[in-house]
Design a protein around this ligand. Structure first.
Ligand code: SAM
Ligand code: SF4
Length: 339
């Protein structure tokens, strides 16, 4: 249920006039994969006792909706490994069905979709992003380390079967999967899925040198132009992706280029971690603790004030840069804020 004590509170508008309508909520930092660009193989996770409960995550979401958020993307870590995750989605369903929340979606590695696709659809989820960097099984294992290729493929098919609309996300990695992107484009086309290519971002110590992985999408685009007819598309989601249409497949192809092309001017989003830290920018360290005001009273006024105060500190842009020594631009890993 929407909390009416804050429903008439003003919209969240940051100092640069950007209205915040999009929340990315991480429900866990844990994951069943160990993607090379995201985390090291011996990653340390947060103690479970620090996590917000599923009920707290639902309450927090409803407060953001009361303050003008219209789209919530659930992420992680791998969101579907969080224990009881369907209880969370069931708790979110009224927000969707009452119409205040226009879109409830998630980003997943796909490994558990065979189990959860139908349940997600029933709770009001209509579109999801699946992260898949290659359709070559060997490269898939090299990138994800622990990923189960067949399960992901079965998960994708199950999601399509229940009627979910899928978009595939692929992080381009130099010398690893960049030469396989044509195959991915064709495969997505055959299945009726859009595809977004992403530049790897310098977040967290991953035990490997980032500059070796970093593949500028400007270079990828030049290669793709030789193979495909890429037509300009005006399609915009309010997010950082810029799209073209692949004439041969009829599907959209997006490019997220935080390093070669800063996307911050139209940023409408904030991120909350599974411990209740509100990050105003993916590429900056400033954050606000929402867990304390959330637990301090049963009403939502304190929480609402804390959010309003944080929005006044939303920075103009991120500070990403691939340094020569490979040092991360921000110390936290991508699985903390969920991308
Ligand atoms: N586990 C889920 C998944 O992989 O879809 C959700 C969380 S994951 C952190 C969200 C997205 O961030 C994925 O598409 C992943 O490929 C991307 N990602 C992770 N680390 C990244 C990095 N350093 N640079 C760019 N994208 C990254
Ligand atoms: Fe897990 Fe997603 Fe990070 Fe891969 S990108 S390790 S699937 S959180």
């Amino acid at each position: 249920m929407i909390d009416n004590s804050t429903k008439n509170g003003s919209q969240m508008v940051d100092p640069f006039g950007r209205t915040i309508t999009y929340l990315r909520l991480s429900v866990t930092d844990r994951c069943d994969f160990r993607c090379v660009y995201c985390m090291s193989e011996n990653m340390t996770f947060l103690p479970k006792k620090d996590l917000l409960s599923l009920e707290e995550l639902i309450r927090l979401s409803s407060v953001f909706v009361s303050k003008g958020v219209r789209k919530i993307r659930i992420s992680g870590g791998e969101p579907l490994v969080r224990k009881g995750i369907m209880t969370f989605f069931e708790g979110m369903a009224p927000l969707c069905h009452e119409g205040d929340l226009k879109e409830l979606t998630l980003t997943t590695n796909g490994s558990l979709l065979s189990e959860y696709s139908q349940g997600l659809y029933d709770c009001g989820v209509r579109r999801i992003n699946v992260s898949l960097d290659t359709i070559d099984p060997d490269t898939f294992h090299a990138i994800t380390r622990w990923g189960k290729y067949d399960r992901v493929m079965a998960g994708i098919d199950s999601a399509l079967k229940v009627g979910l609309k899928l978009k595939i996300n692929c992080v381009a990695l130099k010398g690893v999967n960049d030469h396989q992107i044509n195959d991915l484009i064709q495969w997505c086309g055959d299945k009726g899925m859009d595809l977004t290519l992403i530049e790897s971002m310098p977040m967290g110590d991953i035990g490997e040198l980032r500059p070796e992985q970093y593949m500028p999408l400007s270079v990828v685009r030049e290669q793709l132009d030789k193979q495909w007819t890429l037509r300009h598309s005006d399609y915009l989601t309010g997010g950082p992706s810029r799209y073209v249409e692949v004439a041969e497949t009829g599907q959209r192809l997006g490019f997220i280029t935080p390093l070669t092309n800063n996307f911050c001017a139209g940023c409408n989003r904030v991120r909350v971690t599974c411990t209740g830290k509100l990050y105003m920018c993916l590429g900056q360290d400033d954050e606000t603790d929402l867990r304390t005001p959330l637990r301090a009273s049963e009403g939502n006024q304190l929480l609402s004030y804390a959010i309003d105060e944080a929005i006044t500190r939303k920075p103009k842009s991120h500070d990403f840069e691939i340094t020569k020594d490979g040092a991360p631009a921000v110390a936290r890993h991508m699985n903390v804020t969920g991308g």
